[in-house]
Write a protein that binds this ligand. Structure first.
Ligand code: GDP
Ligand code: IMO
Ligand code: MG
Length: 430
């Protein structure tokens, strides 16, 4: 029997999904991205060699594995080609391994211009987006205005669709945002060049997945961002513009939910967030500095410093529910090494009352004061530990408390950025 596993971020992104997808790729025939775009930054470290992927699935370094980009992903052709070119230069035959769904919306330069203009107009309320045009292209998708990868198949249709969409974008840019319009010829000429590279990659991703299923082969689904950046379940409006919860793996790939057998939630041993929005356990003290410095918490896409804070058990329970998480992988345990005490948020205080979930009005999450349980830290290093028995007893106590409190099993523990720096207690494919 084949087994399909969905990897999702359980916090605000950057939990270490890329590392775990790469690690588990040896179990599967295909790795599928199903939402988001090149706003993602997934880091893989193999024997000290670092690769950062944005759009290309994190299974790409493995031979004989198909890397699929499902219909739920939004694609900048320039970003795709430049990422592929770099990998090809380092010896990875990307175009032999990669397939793209005809249903993916295309990110145009005008989407990036709109993303920037919107952020400027929002001023102090800005979302802090990655500036990749993600919000505007998903708006176009829902408005049935987006160009899709399938529009590249016929140049006449491509020209007509681009004319219509760009007319609308330019109207907004000029009249609403008072910024420069974009030139049709430049965008069209670039698309025609990029089309030659992309045409051979266009495939029916849903059928490929079915074929693997029928042959009894395993599939891995690679989520981007994290549950609290989900457009429905996240800290709206400080979210991304796609559904990041596990259910999106079905919608964004064309394989129904009954075929998703296990959801592995990736969660840091603490919490980080990039961009604006509420973050109850955020730290502004020496412990926060420790997490940022030791964890090297800088965005893999924009290089911005990540905001750091303690583990939030209230938030984690919510994301386990929202994403139907079957088991957890706790990452960056080593970053807690050397802290004399470690805190975990077990409740919030709002208007003088204790609450045990997010408030109904999510904007009030900003006013929630965390209630902490304090754990003793550990002096010894956990970096690179590959066996649970070798962890300091206080680290085991911390992890086991999380398992009990969240009523979930921690199957994998990551103790360093490298593929090998991992404790696998239970393989989600077994
Ligand atoms: P993703 O977006 O979820 O794939 O995560 P990112 O790649 O954006 O950020 C995770 C960062 O932490 C990367 O720099 C990883 O190399 C690094 N990393 C992953 N797991 C560990 C770990 O267990 N320990 C340490 N110290 N770093 C890790
Ligand atoms: P990975 O897959 C962390 C954040 C941005 C911003 C908000 C909206 O690497 O975990 P967008 O450009 O999507 O419209 O920005 O979402 N964001 C991420 N934060 N990790 C990511 O991806 C993110 N992708 C988007 O910082 O706050
Ligand atoms: Mg990232």
């Amino acid at each position: 029997m084949s087994k399909n596993v969905v990897i999702v971020g359980t916090q605000w992104g950057d939990e270490g999904k890329g590392k775990i997808v790469d690690l588990l790729t040896e179990e599967v025939a295909a790795v599928t991205r199903f939402q988001g775009g090149h706003n993602a930054g997934h880091t893989l470290v193999i024997k000290g060699n670092k690769t950062v992927l944005h759009l290309i699935p994190s299974g790409i370094l493995h031979d004989n594995v198909e890397c699929l980009i499902g219909n739920g992903v939004v694609i900048s052709l320039s970003a795709l080609i430049s990422e592929a070119t770099k990998l090809i230069e380092s010896g990875i035959p990307v175009y032999d391994r990669l397939k793209i769904s005809p249903g993916c919306p295309i990110i145009l330069p005008s989407h990036e211009a709109l993303d920037a203009a919107k952020e400027i107009k929002l001023a102090s309320q800005a979302i802090g987006t990655t500036g990749r045009g993600i919000g505007p292209v998903y708006e176009d998708k829902v408005a049935r205005r987006a160009l899709r990868i399938s529009d590249l198949l016929d140049t006449n249709k491509l020209a007509t669709r681009l004319t219509e969409t760009l007319e609308y974008h330019n109207f907004l840019l000029k009249n609403y945002y008072q910024v420069d319009e974009l030139n049709f010829d430049e965008i069209y000429t670039t698309l025609i060049k990029q089309r030659q590279i992309v045409l051979p990659l266009i495939s029916d991703v849903s059928r490929i997945l079915e074929k693997h299923q029928l042959k009894g082969r395993n599939i891995l689904f690679e989520g981007a961002q994290g549950v609290f950046l989900d457009i429905d379940h996240g800290t709206y409006p400080y979210v991304t513009s796609s559904n990041t919860v596990s259910a999106a793996a079905s919608i964004g790939s064309g394989l129904g939910p009954k075929d998703l057998n296990h959801v592995l939630g990736i969660i840091k041993a603490y919490t980080t967030r990039v961009g604006s929005g509420p973050f109850p356990t955020e730290l502004f003290d020496a412990s926060g500095e420790h997490l940022g410095k030791v964890g090297v918490e800088f965005g893999a896409t924009t290089g911005r410093p990540r905001r750091c804070g303690w583990f939030d058990a209230i938030a984690a329970k919510r994301s386990i529910r929202n994403s139907g998480i079957s088991s957890l992988c706790v990452t960056k345990l080593d970053v807690l090494d050397g802290l004399s005490e470690i805190k975990v948020c077990t409740g919030y205080k709002l208007d003088g009352k204790k609450i045990d979930d997010f408030p109904l009005d999510i904007s009030r999450l900003d006013d929630c004061e965390p209630v902490y349980k304090i754990f003793d830290g550990w002096e010894s290093s956990t970096i690179g530990t590959t066996s649970y028995d070798q962890l300091p007893s206080n680290a085991c106590h911390y992890l086991e408390w999380i398992e009990d409190e969240l009523n979930i099993s921690i199957d994998i523990i990551s103790t360093g950025p490298d593929r090998e720096q991992t404790i696998i207690k239970r393989n989600p494919f077994s």
